[in-house]
Write a protein that binds this ligand. Structure first.
Ligand SMILES: Nc1ncnc2c1ncn2[C@@H]1O[C@H](COP(=O)(O)OP(=O)(O)OP(=O)(O)O)[C@@H](O)[C@H]1O
Length: 526
């Protein structure tokens, strides 16, 4: 394709724009901007003003920054025509297959994380969303349960997505609000996109990867340009009450370090170190009975499946399912193709119903269920590789395989020293290969605390009663916005195969960047 060029002046200085396979902005330096990162391009003929907005990473370790160019072109007719064509062509490329000007319901939790969500939203998120022509309906949440209420009564046709400016807890509330909506299925098809201003921000890490998972502008760009990605969600039944979970359930050490440190929220994710060290000193077993309906238990097989799914996604093309918001190929091709332990297809109820899917298992079902008989230090079950930036708890998790990944750390087969030693590799999921970690994929599981047992239960980072509960999976019921259409985490086999990036370059080799390894010193959870 022939390149287009345009000269203009910005603040009295000459600037050249080149439109080729990406946008090149030549001023004192050169900005090379992939079209995905361009938020706006427009030309106003009467004032001869050209406006361009984009986000750019100025160095690999730098956060994204927001750049706006307000330039003016010469008055002659040829230049005016060229400027108009340039702006139109750039806009077309920037929004190819993506609806411009998404209608967003934005929920800002002033209390999430270290309490900076309000200023982060007004200083960073809102200007970029507005530049991208989005219409915003913004509310600050005033109390626990507020986001639930808003989602429960959301006018569904008025919005393209719900944006949570908080941590994982607010996403949990929105999905549960949707589950209690008059039209739950339709509500759950509205994509949710997080802006990471909570403590753990596990969902953001899963969508954007370790490097960019906490990057505000990168997350905002996902709101503007992301494609819909259908994900499995879980029904947790406890005491006759049904709750949806999208991310994780934790018991034992991993729940204590999260739930037990709620009062230290001001510390950001550092609070998890304190909780972890405290838990390790006690080293208390979690006295529960775990039963599960297993589907896959071979770690190497699960790793192979992860690799082949990724490759298949990379090789396919996107299919639009929502007006203007393309769907990831995972959604189209892979939803509910797994089988459970009995070889039954894990297909969910047809999507034509409007209510939540019925539950398949009762608390009394035992046929085809396995029991875990060792004492356990913790149980972590969920979807999406990261639960926090220092722990890739479910490295082989797939968004829509219809299965939940269950990790059990045996209490008898490990020591404090081994747990401490595994911190270093935890951001890269290296603990997955440890013999003392039991890792299974299941279509359902059940926890029954032993008589007099005490402890914490964390569901998506929120505290729940430490009582018996059962979990089952609803394939593809939830909807997120994602840049890639799959989880962005990179997971390697020890000394061997490496998950590859879309460009085919190797990345995330075992051991990784030494500086990065030093930074990852603690575990935190959602
Ligand atoms: N105005 C408010 N005051 C107090 N709590 C609030 C308010 N608005 C929302 N909440 C509650 O704050 C809790 C924490 O939110 P969230 O989980 O999103 O952040 P976080 O815990 O800091 O992050 P993460 O879950 O990623 O660790 C949620 O349970 C939510 O209901």
């Amino acid at each position: 394709m022939a390149e287009r060029e345009l000269s203009l002046t910005v603040n009295g200085r000459p600037v050249k724009l080149v439109l080729g396979t990406e946008l090149k902005v030549v001023k004192q330096g050169i900005h090379q901007v992939p079209f995905y990162q361009v938020a706006a391009a427009s030309f106003h003929r009467d004032s001869r003003k050209l406006y361009i907005a984009y986000v750019l990473k100025k160095g690999k370790k730098q956060p994204y920054s927001f750049v706006e160019l307000n330039g003016q072109v010469k008055e002659d007719e040829d230049t005016l025509r060229l400027a108009m064509e340039f702006a139109e062509a750039l806009h077309e490329k920037a929004y190819h297959g993506v609806k411009y000007g998404r209608r967003l319901r934005v929920l800002v939790n002033p209390n999430g994380g270290v309490g900076k969500a309000v200023s982060i939203f007004s200083k960073q998120v809102e200007p970029l969303l507005k530049a991208a022509g989005c219409t915003l309906d913004v509310s600050q949440t005033t109390h626990n349960g507020h986001a639930f209420d808003i989602a429960k009564s959301l006018t569904l046709d008025s919005y393209d997505a719900v944006v949570t400016v908080s941590g994982d807890g607010l996403v949990h509330e929105v999905l549960n609000g949707f589950a209690n909506h008059a039209e739950p299925r339709k509500a759950l098809s509205i994509p949710v996109a997080p802006i990471p201003t909570g403590s753990g921000n596990g969902l953001s890490l899963n969508l954007l990867g370790l490097e960019d998972g906490f990057d505000i502008l990168r997350a905002t760009l996902n709101v503007i340009k992301g494609q819909t990605m259908h994900v499995d969600v879980f029904s947790i039944t406890q005491g006759g009450k049904r709750t949806l979970s999208f991310m994780s359930q934790a018991l034992g050490l991993m729940a204590d370090l999260d739930i037990g440190t709620e009062n230290l929220r001001w510390m950001g994710d550092t609070r998890f170190i304190y909780g972890l060290l405290r838990g390790l000193i006690k080293f208390k077993p979690c006295d529960v009975q775990l039963s599960y309906k297993g589907a896959e238990m071979d770690k190497h097989q699960m790793f192979q499946t992860l690799q082949s799914r990724r490759k298949a996604v990379d090789d396919s093309t996107s299919v639009p399912v929502l007006p203007g918001i393309p769907a990831s190929p995972t959604s189209a091709n892979f939803a509910a193709t797994s089988t459970d332990a009995d070889g039954d297809r894990l297909e969910d109820d047809p999507k034509d119903g409007t209510g939540l899917p019925d539950l398949k298992y009762s608390m009394e079902d035992t046929e085809g269920w396995n029991k875990f008989d060792e004492k356990l230090l913790y149980l972590y079950a969920g979807k999406g590789p990261f639960v926090g930036r220092d722990l890739m708890a479910f490295p082989v998790s797939l968004p829509d395989d219809g299965l939940i990944d269950i990790v059990v750390q045996s209490h008898t087969k490990t020591s404090r020293l081994e747990i401490l030693g595994s911190f270093e590799g935890a951001p890269r999921g290296e603990q997955y290969w440890s013999d003392s970690i039991h890792y299974v994929k299941a279509s359902a599981y059940r926890i029954q605390p032993k008589p007099k047992a005490k402890g914490c239960l964390s569901i998506d980072g929120e505290a729940f009663p430490f009582e018996a509960f059962q979990v089952e999976i609803h394939p593809g019921l939830g909807t997120l916005l994602s840049p890639k259409g799959y989880y962005a985490a990179e997971f390697a086999q020890p000394g061997g195969a490496v998950a590859k990036k879309k460009d085919g370059k190797k990345s995330g080799v075992k051991g990784g960047d030494k500086k990065e390894r030093k930074k990852g010193t603690l575990w935190c959870c959602a």
